[in-house]
Design a protein around this ligand. Structure first.
Ligand SMILES: [Zn+2]
Length: 112
């Protein structure tokens, strides 16, 4: 048994594990960014729906108004769902992952 060869092999494996660990960390960061971007897009989409709702309120009649109010309730539910999934819905941390439990800004926004 060549002890030096075994030691060299273990050292090489250790180095490869270190590289993989670094790579994994990078991927994890990218996933967080993608999730946050996706959340911001969901929120932006909802903001646009709200704008559309306001527009249709001013420009159209009762039918549209009724449909818009239903959409508004749906929007609130979406925000509540996002918050419960662990994202900020407040203007302060808009769309980023909540890492420290509840956020007072978000909660005050939900209770409006
Ligand atoms: Zn927040």
């Amino acid at each position: 048994m060549d002890k030096q060869a075994i030691f060299t092999q273990v050292s090489q494996i250790e180095e490869r594990i270190g590289d993989l660990y670094t790579e994994l960390g990078g991927l994890k960061e990218q996933i967080v960014q993608l999730i946050e971007e996706n959340t911001r897009l969901v929120m932006e989409n909802q903001n646009l729906r709200e704008q559309l709702k306001k527009l249709s309120r001013t420009e159209e009649g009762k039918h549209v108004r009724k449909r818009s109010e239903e959409a508004g309730g749906e929007g609130y539910d979406n925000l509540t769902r996002l918050y419960n999934e662990g994202f900020h819905i407040c203007n302060v941390h808009y769309g980023s992952l909540r890492s420290d439990g509840d956020c007072l800004f978000c909660l005050s926004f939900l209770n409006k």
